[in-house]
Design a protein around this ligand. Structure first.
Ligand SMILES: C[S@@+](CC[C@H](N)C(=O)[O-])C[C@H]1O[C@@H](n2cnc3c(N)ncnc32)[C@H](O)[C@@H]1O
Length: 252
């Protein structure tokens, strides 16, 4: 894969854009500029993921003349079907770029953090290692959550662990040394077990759930036990700290 600087951009190119967590003001100037200049915008379509949100965040920056294409990615655990979708959708993007088009593939939050873009990018590197690609980072959901909570993610010598909560709390249980801050993304599916793991780790009182962060209907759940027994929104993360906010970090 060839790397390019902004001043050396060939005709056909793929931009992988993270559009931020929801607040339209949390899209980067760079992503906005790229969206305003590309020939087409692509986004992932699925009943369960970010497609409509990513497009709605990006929409004010996309000129009316620019087509928006939805690429289907099945949200199922069938590895074969998922691989087929990555392969086929990567091919769509490759063909667009090879035809000389400047295209953007947009995802919610940061493009390099638990993102469909990661799978597509791997396929593009495999199928078309020559393809010009520029990845543009975005503000992650957990950065926005920390800002919403007015709580630093980490300070001094503290450590941060970002995990998927899709399989519950095991990532926390299996830590050799508990990190100072843990972020569970994809907390919706197994939130009960995440709450159990936080209880076991003695972190219940220093854990907070944030749903639809930076969006008009953002919700902050100070008592994560209230997630038990109900279906959490897909747009939920849990931020868990070892110490209370009014306690200073261990000095560096
Ligand atoms: C596939 S991951 C995508 C992460 C994204 N790329 C990022 O940088 O934050 C989806 C998960 O991210 C979290 N998430 C994304 N946006 C969110 C938001 N606005 N508020 C709360 N959680 C969010 C949720 O845990 C959701 O299940």
């Amino acid at each position: 894969m060839t790397t390019h600087t902004a001043s050396d951009v060939p005709p056909g190119i793929l931009y992988g854009l993270g559009v931020g967590p929801g607040d339209p003001e949390l899209i980067t100037l760079k992503a906005a500029r790229v969206l305003n200049s590309v020939d087409a915008v692509y986004a992932a379509a699925s009943s369960k993921n970010s497609y409509s949100l990513a497009v709605s965040i990006a929409r004010p920056h996309i000129p009316d003349r620019t087509p928006i294409h939805m690429l289907q990615f099945p949200m199922i655990s069938d590895g074969g079907a998922r691989q087929d979708a990555w392969t086929a959708n990567a091919r769509v993007l490759i063909e667009a770029v090879e035809a000389g088009r400047r295209v953007a593939f947009i995802t919610l939050g940061d493009s390099m953090t638990y993102s469909t873009y990661g799978y597509v990018l791997r396929e593009i590197k495999r199928q078309a290692p020559h393809l010009p690609v520029i990845s543009v980072p975005g503000v992650t959901s957990y950065q926005a959550a920390a800002a919403s909570l007015n709580t630093p993610l980490v300070e001094a010598e503290e450590s941060l662990l970002v995990v998927s909560g899709a399989c519950g709390g095991d990532h926390l249980r299996h830590c050799q040394a508990l990190p100072d801050t843990v972020v569970f993304l994809k907390a919706y599916r197994n939130v009960d077990d995440i709450v159990t793991a936080l209880t076991e780790a003695g972190r219940l009182e220093t854990s907070v759930g944030v749903t639809r962060c930076s969006q008009p209907d953002e919700r902050i759940t100070r008592d994560v036990r209230t997630f038990r027994g109900r279906q959490a929104s897909y747009w939920t993360l849990i931020l868990s700290k070892k110490r209370r906010d009014d306690e200073p970090p261990v000095a560096d």
